[in-house]
Design a protein around this ligand. Sequence first.
Ligand code: ZN
Length: 75
Amino acid sequence: MLATITCPECNAEGRFSILEQTYEGPYKCWKCRQLFYIELDGGDVKTCRLLGDEEFARLQQVDKLKRKFKKGEDD
Ligand SMILES: [Zn+2]
């Protein structure tokens, strides 16, 4: 499904595809390029906090692995 996230920094709306109703992980604003850690529940943003480059990269790795496992051989 697609979740819509409004960037707290620049108010740009970003579309973000999530695998399930909930999502916890990294998000990067397409406009101001600010990095965030977000928690989504049914498309609602529950948590949104600023992330540093290193933490973002680490979370992105975790997210990639998760998607790989879910998708199986399609990737
Ligand atoms: Zn932004």
